[in-house]
Write a protein that binds this ligand. Structure first.
Ligand SMILES: [Zn+2]
Length: 159
């Protein structure tokens, strides 16, 4: 860090303080050459997450877009208002914890399905039917059957 006055590189930290709950550190520095005091701010740069789509195109991970997609699937379902936001946060935290900077979009889709599956089964089916673009009704039926199996019940038969 150069002194803004004389461009000397040798500066001394005379005070450090946490701001924003520790997300930012403010430092008071003093130039070793001319004794000018100045302030620097240090903040964690969230690593960029890049989503690699099926066709190979890349775009920055958009948490809000993910939350919107989850919210759509959860529309008018009896869940907490912030269910979609929380699920998006959980997915983002998982992705960041993986330490990888490039994530295949399929992995995010699967993570979203996993989240929805534990929140609301109807929302899960809605999302899955769009995301996996079920080839036909058989796929959808298989998915529904697997949910019933998890609950230990059989799908009701149509009369
Ligand atoms: Zn200086």
């Amino acid at each position: 860090m150069r002194c803004p006055q004389c461009e000397e590189r040798d500066t001394r930290v005379i005070d450090s303080r946490d701001l924003d709950d520790g997300a930012t550190i403010r430092r008071r520095r003093e130039c070793a050459a001319c004794a000018t005091r100045f302030t620097t701010y240090e903040r964690v740069e969230a690593a960029r997450l890049i989503v690699v789509k099926r066709d190979g195109t890349r775009q920055e991970f958009d948490r809000d877009k993910l939350a919107d997609g989850l919210a759509k699937a959860l529309t008018r379902r009896p869940v907490r208002d912030d269910a979609a936001e929380q699920a998006a946060d959980a997915i983002e935290a998982d992705l960041r914890a993986s330490g990888q900077s490039e994530i295949p979009s399929s992995r995010i889709g699967l993570a979203a399905m996993e989240q929805l599956r534990s929140i609301d089964q109807i929302a899960y089916i809605r999302f899955a039917s769009v995301y996996q673009s079920f080839e036909d009704l058989e796929d959808l039926k298989r998915e529904v059957d697997s949910l019933y199996e998890e609950r230990g019940t059989k799908a009701p038969r149509k009369a």
